[in-house]
Ligand binder design. Structure first.
Ligand code: FCB
Length: 449
């Protein structure tokens, strides 16, 4: 087995990731329409202490300061998303020039600062007007998304270094339609197959729309979580296989092979008969694949749990993050190598990071966050190990640049390498940010120093 290289490849993208809903705030400014997340968070009982992203990190107004922070961190790339309802307040039809202009200014400033803009078109905040029309359950959603993609690409085109259609479509389906903990808050597993299929059709239609407007590379971002059986009991082994089909293979095989895992049919009381032609759209060629990796899942059979009837089993001796996710870097290497076996596409780690408790007010500069430093070091080493074993990994984006609004969990869960005091909006570097900056400056050589 070749040794892991001590440095990352030339041209490697060193980035940080954010999403529009989680950092921008000012959700209705300058003619923007509300999103389904705006509506969801404003519905009593849906989020931690009723917290919303109305202010978030106030990035809509502080974006210049945030770009300066990224320069200070020596990043050469930034992954962000566009709020669909800023650009198209009703989700389709009339364009809101002021909303588009915000992203135009952001992209220009990133380029001037030497940061490659990596743009995600949809990171979960669907225009509320489209949710009212059935959202991802409506087969027209693919066309809505393609039209939106055209509008954004026509405006930003080749200024964007890399385009992603969707972020983690599996989470939209699972959290939004099976567990009901994300917008639109439905607990209707029977709807999941149609939602997944429409998301994938939207992705394919989006790829086609982008190709018509830009020559820049187009991809998608998936979250992959290796599943392991808690015991060698055949029921648990089968549960792990089911969980893998449900969470990982559904979207991967759809995109790469134009088919869904057979096992899924048995998981749902009814499996829709999807037209064969849809799969040509779904597997429209892409140029790169984004991997969001946080943890692995050790599971056991649990018939009382929702699909895929697998419950997570806590591992004694492991470190867990503030979101209850096991820290397990080795599975990042495994996942990258698994992807390498399935596709020749260039790979990017589009998200990786950890929520650990930090104080609400920064008491030092940089603010010590040793657990996050350990997490990042271990995962960067795991990524480098995969490169040494032949994975075509082209970049790493830490989640996240800033402590932000962690969806339904609100502001208590902090992922930033930069601390945000949510009362004052003051930004303070954390030790993890300083650590990451040194890794970048040395192309990874300091990881083992
Ligand atoms: C991912 C999301 C991202 C963030 C992290 C913690 O699933 O893409 O927005 O919430 O988890």
């Amino acid at each position: 087995m070749p040794d892991a290289p001590s440095r990352f490849p030339v041209g490697f993208l060193w980035g940080a990731a954010t999403s529009a809903y989680q950092i921008e705030g000012s959700p209705l400014a300058d003619g923007a329409g509300p999103s389904n997340w705006h509506v969801f968070a404003h519905t009593p009982g849906r989020t931690f202490r009723g917290q919303t992203a109305d202010v978030a990190c106030d990035h809509y107004r502080r974006w210049r300061e945030d770009i300066a922070l990224m320069r200070g961190l020596e990043l050469n790339a930034y992954r962000f998303s566009v709020a669909w309802a800023r650009v198209l307040p009703q989700g389709r039809g009339r364009i809101n020039p002021a909303g588009l202009a915000f992203y135009g200014r952001l992209v220009d400033a990133l380029l001037e600062s030497g940061l490659a803009p990596s743009l995600t078109l949809h990171h979960w905040d669907l225009p509320a007007a489209l949710e009212e029309r059935g959202g991802w359950l409506n087969p027209d959603a693919a066309g809505w998304f393609a039209d939106y993609a055209s509008v954004v690409a026509r405006a930003l085109g080749d200024r964007v270094a890399m385009w992603a259609t969707l972020n983690e479509p599996w989470v939209i389906m699972d959290a939004g339609y099976v567990h009901g903990v994300h917008a639109p808050g439905r607990r209707a597993p029977a709807e999941a197959p149609r939602v997944a299929h429409n998301l994938l059709r939207a992705h394919g239609a989006g790829v086609q729309a982008l190709r018509a407007e830009t020559a820049r590379p187009v991809g998608i971002v998936l979250n992959i979580e290796p599943k392991l059986a808690a015991t060698d009991d055949p029921a648990d082994v089968a549960a792990a296989a089911r969980a893998d089909a449900y969470m990982n293979r559904w979207f991967l095989e759809g995109l790469l092979r134009g088919r869904y895992p057979e096992e899924l049919r048995a998981l749902f009381c009814a499996w829709p008969g999807f037209p064969a032609g849809d799969f040509d759209l779904i597997r429209a060629p892409i140029d790169w694949l984004g991997l969001n990796y946080y943890t692995r899942g050790v599971v056991r059979h649990d018939p009382t749990a929702p699909v895929p009837h697998a419950a997570h089993v806590r591992q004694s001796g492991s470190v867990y993050t503030d979101l209850g996710w096991e820290v397990w870097p080795r599975a990042l290497t495994d996942t990258l190598l698994r992807l390498k076996q399935q596709t020749d596409l260039p790979l990017y780690i589009t998200e990786n990071g950890a929520a650990f408790p930090d104080p609400e007010v920064a008491t030092a500069d940089p603010l010590p966050d040793p657990l996050r430093v350990d997490y990042l070091r271990a995962h960067l080493l795991a990524a480098r190990e995969a490169i040494g074993q032949g994975a075509d990994l082209r970049g790493y984006f830490v989640w996240s640049l800033l402590d932000n609004c962690e969806w339904a969990a609100g502001y208590a869960k902090r992922f930033g390498i930069v601390h945000v005091d949510h009362a004052t909006q003051r930004r303070t570097l954390k030790s993890s940010g300083a650590f990451y900056r040194d890794v970048i400056a040395s192309d990874g050589a300091t990881l083992t120093a």
